[in-house]
Design a protein around this ligand. Structure first.
Ligand SMILES: *Cc1c(COP(=O)(O)O)cnc(C)c1O
Length: 419
């Protein structure tokens, strides 16, 4: 049975999950290892497969769907904008980018923003910005700039970015890599202090390491990094692509430490789960080093993305989703901790807001010849979609519009599987 693509055929047959999985496996590059579930429809925290089975989404497309799937305000903005203007390139002005730029400056408290599309592009932008600032303002000797990065980081998939990843899966056989990156352990401020030289231009950090397994640093970690950076005239660059926009219970995760980074990197939920929109924010003294022609993107600042992002920010504010994330996250984590008290398999529950990692006992799992994948598969069978990171950590990060009733429903299944 195949898809009926004949124009004259009125009743196009729907492909089954099994057929779609086989088709993807055959024609799509194998750079992912998805759970065996096909999603063909979604609304709020729920998604459905082609057979009509319903699942609770506890991944939110790696926190890109904080506002919930197909939020009506965001979808309306998309449709309305699609009807009038979608793309101009930055060779001309358009009537959406300036409005979105102003709004994002207000949201971040920074003077200026630069728009891109994906998170990795925003990270690349921040790297270029920090280096240029280093040469032109800090007066670092040509081509000597160093950026301090953390072990176990995840900042995206471009060649430069994977070049400073410490995960062999991410970097293997992609070299030679961009030089100028220095590694230190995450959550170790003394190591940062030691690694700083006269050529250091920036410290690049995730406020919580999401992909590494929801690794939450000690309270005050960012505050101490802020002090070290200020003292040494080094830029503090926060990658808030995953932790931003309410995910951890604050607008941005760095706000838990009550600090201001010099450069804020944003993506994922900035596009409301609808359109790729990313951006970098900084004050004039830094962003001013970009001059016409020195950086750009054909789709960056496109009117469709800007209209969507404006709506995405409006929903976050109107529905107070950061506060909601703090409240629902505390509720979810308390329930998971109750389960942990009863289950030997769960070693730790960690996170902030609705970015939660359940660390399973590696020894118990390996003694049984199991990996977290077995559990995420079992959760999926029962209707909860969560993804493992590494072989023993399961991340729970549902859309921030989740209710206590939804969490209770999910906990029934999680208890069955992990209990
Ligand atoms: C997802 C992610 C990125 C990369 O974003 P893409 O849109 O996939 O390029 C960068 N940094 C962090 C912390 C992320 O979680």
């Amino acid at each position: 049975m195949g898809c009926c693509c004949d124009k004259n055929c009125k009743e196009s047959k729907k492909l089954t999950s099994k057929e779609l999985i086989e088709m993807e496996h055959h024609y799509g590059a194998h750079n992912y290892h998805p759970l065996e579930v096909v999603i063909s429809r979604a609304e709020g925290v729920w998604v459905w497969d082609p057979e009509g089975k319903k699942y609770l989404d506890c991944l939110s497309a790696y926190s890109a769907v904080n506002q919930g799937h197909r939020h009506p305000v965001i979808i309306k903005a998309l449709k309305d904008q699609a009807d009038v203007l979608t793309l101009t390139s930055r060779a001309f002005f358009n009537d959406q980018w300036p409005v979105f730029a102003k709004r994002l400056c207000e949201y971040t408290g920074k003077d200026m923003v630069l728009p891109m599309n994906t998170g990795a592009e925003a990270v690349e932008t921040a790297i270029k910005l920090a280096r240029r600032w280093g040469y032109e303002i800090k007066k670092v000797e040509k081509d000597k700039a160093e950026i301090i990065v953390m072990r176990e980081n995840f900042h995206g998939r471009t060649t430069t970015i994977v070049g400073f990843s410490t995960d062999p899966d991410a970097y293997n056989n992609y070299g030679p890599f961009t030089p100028g990156f220095v590694h230190v352990d995450y959550n170790d401020t003394a190591a940062v202090e030691k690694a700083i030289t006269k050529n250091t231009v920036a410290v690049l950090v995730e406020p919580i390491q999401g992909e590494a397994g929801v690794f939450v640093p000690n309270d005050g970690y960012l505050k101490k990094l802020r002090e070290i950076c200020t003292k040494n005239n080094v830029l503090l660059v926060a990658d808030e692509v995953q932790t931003g926009f309410g995910r951890t219970g604050k607008k941005f995760c760095f706000m838990h430490d009550d600090i201001e980074p010099d450069i804020i990197i944003m993506g994922k939920a900035l596009g409301g789960g609808v359109f790729p929109v990313s951006a970098v924010a900084a004050n004039k003294g830094i962003m001013g080093v970009f001059t016409p022609g020195s950086h750009g993107s054909t789709f960056g600042g496109n009117p469709l993305g800007c209209a969507v992002a404006l709506a995405a920010l409006k929903v976050l504010d109107d529905e107070k989703l950061a506060d909601r994330s703090a409240e629902m996250g505390a509720y979810f984590m308390a329930k998971l901790n109750e389960l942990k008290a009863k289950s030997k398999k769960i070693k730790q529950v960690r996170g902030k807001g609705l970015l939660i990692g359940v660390v399973m006992d590696k020894d118990i799992l390996s003694a049984a010849g199991e990996k977290a994948r077995k559990y995420t598969t079992a959760l999926k069978e029962r209707g909860v979609l969560a993804k493992e990171t590494h072989d023993w950590i399961i991340r729970f990060a549902p859309p921030l519009v989740i209710t206590k009733a939804d969490i209770d429903w999910a906990m029934g299944i999680i208890s069955e599987v992990l209990g």
